[in-house]
Design a protein around this ligand. Structure first.
Ligand code: SIN
Ligand code: MN
Length: 282
């Protein structure tokens, strides 16, 4: 058992749980060693920052990289998630957000579930994000902001609002691929400032400061954001989203690409060893 009873309660109450240095420095080193080659690849789910050069995010690395495939099956991640969701799980989405030094851009305030509900037909919020810090996260490098307890509001439907903070049609991307609009700095279902102000006045706000190897479990309805990174410190993270096998999306027209919403519903089999360290990798 990786979580104590109190930690399960904290997760339910706050909508998130941070575990400091949950993975070892050796595991972090192995994962970080994979990033330059993965960022250099011309993979279909690659998103660049506005400078059209710096990598902002890559997707589905667990399908083509052994280290991240093992990360996605790490028992320290998968077992608590199965307990929290009360079922087996499959990988719904896997992404690495680079938030590069001096150029990593903002992630506007949002909840995740609304994207998956509206874009993918996900029936319920029985789905959990697990963020693995691949660098230290501090006050300078675009840390992750959360509104503790905001998941209790459920999905806040922003689709009716006028998107005042979006300068163009939010479904259009520079290169015409509509899925990218959900990953660039202008988000399609961002929360408006009034809503964020109300939530913060009701629940407060916090930010994550933790060393590399720390892991954040967070609810898909907890409001979150991150500012841009103008520091010299890169802030890379992996986010693995596990969905309950009892929460398969409804069939929809024009589903988003497989690297954003996996249709491989096979349950994750946790690794037998409690470590990413493979003999061939060390
Ligand atoms: C996200 O909301 O999925 C990512 C936020 C971040 O990288 O800070
Ligand atoms: Mn998000």
């Amino acid at each position: 058992m990786y979580f104590t009873k109190e930690q399960f309660q904290t997760y339910q109450e706050q909508g998130f749980l941070l575990l400091n240095q949950y993975l070892s420095p050796d595991e972090v080193e192995i994962m970080k060693g994979e990033l330059p080659a993965l960022f250099a690849e011309d993979s279909p789910g690659k998103v660049l920052e506005k400078d059209k050069n710096t990598v902002r995010a890559i997707h589905a690395s667990h399908t083509r990289n052994e280290v991240f495939e093992r990360l996605s099956r790490h028992p320290r991640l998968v077992e608590p998630v199965m307990r929290l969701l009360g079922s087996e799980v499959y990988i719904y989405q896997f992404k690495i957000n680079a938030k590069a030094a001096f150029s990593g851009d903002v992630w506007q305030w949002h909840q995740d579930y609304i994207f998956w509900r509206k874009e993918d037909g996900l029936p319920t919020a029985r789905i959990i994000n697990v963020m693995v810090l691949l660098d230290d996260m501090n006050e300078f490098n675009g840390p992750f902001f959360l509104i503790p307890g905001s998941h209790k509001e459920g999905m806040i439907d922003t689709s009716e609002k006028k998107l005042t903070n979006v300068s163009k049609n939010p479904t259009d991307s520079e290169d015409g691929s509509s899925w990218k609009a959900n990953f660039e700095a202008n988000l399609k279902y961002s929360l408006n400032p009034e809503t964020v102000a109300d939530l913060v006045s009701n629940y407060g706000v916090t930010s994550i400061k933790a060393p590399a190897g720390s892991v954040l479990f967070f609810d898909s309805n907890v409001a979150h954001a991150s500012p841009c990174n103008i520091s010299p410190f890169t802030r890379s993270i992996a986010i693995i989203t596990y969905n309950s096998v009892e929460n398969i999306p409804f069939p929809i027209e024009n589903p988003r690409p497989e690297f954003l919403v996996s249709r491989d519903y096979r349950p994750v089999e946790p690794l037998a060893e409690d470590s990413l360290l493979l003999k061939s990798l060390v």
